[in-house]
Design a binder for this molecule. Structure first.
Ligand code: GAR
Length: 209
């Protein structure tokens, strides 16, 4: 059984897709053991509680400095002894010690086709604003392992989504979530839980495909 901790900051629709996948069985061999938010008002915390999943808030605002927050966050994650950490809209810089300890055991969902519209400053709606401003015709989402960089780790799955005439950033964000994020994040977890993802030379290999 893959023990998963999900880190969130906001609405938690990706968390919901993972919860639903586990409950419906499209994600097999997996248990969500905890949800951690940096934001006490995140609706994601409520989503976890609605499904009987332990949820807690660890906010940088409650600590004297970033180092103390990082220590506490890592301690809380370690407390669940997870096999996999899932960053599902977690908008906090990951402590370097966590990246090191959970190498190839921490994944992130990003709302673009990496390497487009990613890196520092590209998160949430900003990604979709930038895509519309550039006038690209195809966007999408990526699930990748987390390394020391921002959105630079080995790519696990990607899915493309077409831009429609008249799209607003909000409309595009919603379509990318519905058509890409909520599909590839659960799929990636299922693949990992069933031992089908390995990393070789900085790239992933998915077995049986
Ligand atoms: C999602 O679109 C996710 O891809 C994005 O934040 C949103 C969270 O929504 N993540 C990033 O931009 C990370 N760089 P949710 O809380 O409803 O899942």
């Amino acid at each position: 059984m893959l023990k998963v901790v999900v880190l969130v900051s906001g609405g938690g629709t990706n968390l919901q897709a993972v919860i639903d996948g586990v409950e419906e069985g499209s994600i097999s061999n997996t248990e969500i053991v905890g949800v951690i938010s940096n934001n006490k008002n995140a609706y994601a915390l409520q989503r976890a509680k609605n499904h009987g999943i332990e949820a807690q808030c660890i906010s940088p605002k409650d600590f004297a400095d970033r180092g103390k927050f990082n220590e506490k966050l890592l301690e809380a994650v370690d407390g669940y002894a997870p096999d996999l950490i899932v960053l599902a809209g977690f908008l906090v810089v990951i402590p370097p010690a966590m990246t090191k300890r959970y190498r190839n055991r921490m994944i992130n969902i990003h709302p673009s086709l990496i390497p487009s519209f990613c890196g520092t400053g590209y998160y949430g709606l900003k990604v979709h604003e930038a895509a519309l401003a550039r006038g690209v015709k195809v966007v999408g989402a990526t699930v990748h392992f987390v390394d020391e960089g921002t959105d630079t780790g080995p790519i696990i799955l990607q899915k493309a989504v077409e831009v429609q005439p008249g799209d607003t950033p909000e409309a595009l964000q919603r379509r990318v979530m519905e058509q890409a994020e909520w599909k590839i994040l659960p799929r990636a977890i299922d693949l990992i839980a069933n031992g089908r993802v390995s990393v070789k030379g900085g790239r992933t290999v998915i077995s049986g495909e």
